[in-house]
Ligand binder design. Structure first.
Ligand SMILES: Cc1cc2nc3c(=O)[nH]c(=O)nc-3n(C[C@H](O)[C@H](O)[C@H](O)COP(=O)(O)OP(=O)(O)OC[C@H]3O[C@@H](n4cnc5c(N)ncnc54)[C@H](O)[C@@H]3O)c2cc1C
Length: 511
């Protein structure tokens, strides 16, 4: 099938921008995935995964079309390979704009629904590249961690791989003592991912990770520590690396699908159930050249400290910001269309709710413009967006509010709609036409529109999306605390101290 049909590229390959067919083929790599008690023979044909995989493949094909090639791909000057802009290290304001455009396209074509599209982990790895020297500063006789990172970046970039990540420990015991470190309690010490032994080829690791979105259909997983778990006293639990999903001993357990509805029309977002997985590492070999950190968390603590708990937010920036923006606009437009379809837009209460949704969209637009305006070169020569940590945290709460508003505007219609089979049944169709139509819209239009609202705000799919938005950046409270601790208020505090340090200048005493 030629070079482009390779499942797993070799280290020196440069297969270039991913195509749909190559992506689908790449997932037939012997990966071990489980769902609902069943071992999955082929994720690309399994009903729980195939829709999502084909959606990804569709966007990969788009990036190779005449229409989008120049927006979504670029030529790597060192290798001459044309690959995805998601993997571009931006070195100027124009390149940062290209990245914004690419993120807008990825998210517009997937409705802002994919927390883990191809466009998310690529910028994440790029963000780490910016701190390459910190990784090199930790010495190991087997490898240079910073060099490993750079080589890995080039490998992913030139082969346009799709990555996910896994950072947190299993949710077994969140009390004060970190898992694996309960030395005196007699507890099982092997819950968190840890080094079992070193070999000449690499380290053998075992343990669990909770959780990893899209692990069933990503090429590789970047495994590391979250801000919550970065400070560990057991060095065996300190490690960061990347591993192909098909690596022997790596098992992924997928949750129940959140959208099982079938039918020609059905619920439209069922194809965007991106899945979430527990990862179990059972004596998995991580080769030396795939390790970025081992036994010493200094580089990660430094990164997390600098970014206030969110790794290199400035580089991840466009991917997540554009996604949130598309999602907000989608929710607002659906709410508006629903309100119009049942004739309630005129009511003050409904219009104010729609106005609240528009307010969030507009604040987001302003913030994105501001971050672009504040962009500039980083010490490592990359072009980074201006600060936006607060925005990231804010979305965790705004997303939930928008879902609530959409649900409130819909009333009972969000659940009370005929299915496609109901619409096709002549025995009841006349009742549907009469009693289930809307204001100036027929029953078909109305029920299909409301099913979109149901997907977003009432279905198990919609609830999963909401849960994702709340948690995916890590614990929002931890992030707020980190932001609070790093936020410079000294000028205002000094002004207040000055104010209360002496009597008012014109302060005639009131008798
Ligand atoms: C849909 C979804 C997708 C995700 N995708 C990914 C992914 O792709 N990759 C990845 O690495 N992670 C992913 N995550 C994980 C996400 O980062 C975590 O959910 C988040 O960091 C919270 O951790 P937890 O779920 O283990 O909750 P826990 O930490 O167990 O928290 C449970 C409750 O206890 C509270 N709590 C816990 N510890 C403390 C403490 N020390 N002090 C006070 N309160 C505490 C929390 O606030 C919360 O209310 C995903 C999560 C979700 C829900």
């Amino acid at each position: 099938m030629g070079a482009t049909a390779k499942k797993i590229p070799d280290r020196d390959d440069a297969l270039g921008a991913m195509t749909g067919a190559r992506y689908i083929e790449s997932l037939k790599d012997g990966r071990e995935a489980y769902i609902d008690g069943e071992k999955v023979a082929d994720v690309t044909t399994h009903p729980a995964f195939k829709d999502m995989i084909h959606e990804m493949a569709r966007v990969y094909d788009l990036q190779n079309t005449d229409k989008y090639r120049d927006d979504m791909t670029f030529v790597d000057s060192e290798s001459g390979t044309r690959t995805s802009v998601s993997w571009m290290l931006p070195k100027s304001a124009d390149e940062l704009k290209m990245k914004r455009r690419n993120s807008e396209l990825w998210n517009t074509h997937t409705w802002g629904q994919l927390g883990r599209s191809h466009d998310i982990l690529a910028p994440y790895i790029i963000g780490m590249m910016h701190r390459k020297d910190d990784f090199s500063a930790v010495k190991n006789p087997h490898c240079d961690f910073g060099e490993n990172l750079e080589n890995y970046y080039k490998y992913c970039m030139r082969n346009d791989l799709f990555l996910t990540h896994a950072l947190g420990d299993p949710q077994v015991d969140r009390s004060e003592t970190v898992q694996n470190e309960q030395r005196d309690s007699g507890e099982d010490l092997e819950v968190a991912l840890h080094v079992v032994e070193e070999t000449k080829d690499g380290v053998i690791v075992s343990g669990g990770k909770q959780l990893s979105t899209a692990a069933t259909h990503a090429n590789e997983c970047y495994v590391s520590l979250s801000a919550t778990f970065a400070r560990r006293s057991d060095p065996n639990c300190v490690l960061a690396f990347s591993i192909p999903q098909g690596a022997p001993g790596l098992k992924a357990l997928a949750r129940e699908p959140v959208s099982r509805w079938i039918g020609t029309w059905g619920h439209p977002f069922r194809m965007l159930d991106e899945q979430d997985c527990m990862l179990f590492f059972d004596n998995v070999l991580v080769p030396w050249d795939r390790l970025f950190m081992l036994y010493d968390a200094t580089p990660m603590v430094k990164i997390l400290g600098a970014a206030g708990g969110s790794v290199n937010f400035n580089f991840l920036g466009w991917a997540n910001l554009c996604r949130a923006y598309v999602r907000m606009r989608l929710m607002t437009a659906v709410a508006t269309m629903v309100a119009e379809s049942i004739g309630v837009t005129q009511y003050r209460e409904v219009a104010a709710k729609l106005g609240e949704m528009v307010t969030y969209c507009q604040v987001w637009e302003h913030a994105m413009e501001g971050m672009e305006h504040e962009a500039g070169p980083s010490p490592s020569g990359q072009w980074a967006l201006g600060p936006g940590r607060g925005l990231h945290i804010w979305f965790a709460q705004v997303s939930g509010r928008m879902t609530e508003l959409l649900r409130q505007i819909c009333g009972s219609g969000i659940i009370m709609q005929p299915s496609e089979n109901d619409l096709a049944n002549p025995e009841i169709r006349k009742y549907l036409d009469k009693y289930m139509r809307g204001k100036d819209v027929d029953v078909e239009y109305k029920s299909r529109l409301f099913r979109v609202a149901h997907d977003l705000a009432a279905s198990s799919y919609g609830l999963r999306q909401d849960i994702y938005e709340y948690w995916h950046g890590g614990d929002p409270n931890r992030n707020r605390i980190n932001l609070f601790r790093s936020y410079d208020q000294s000028d205002m505090i000094d002004q207040i101290k000055e104010l209360i340090s002496k009597p008012l200048p014109h302060g005639d005493a009131i008798e």
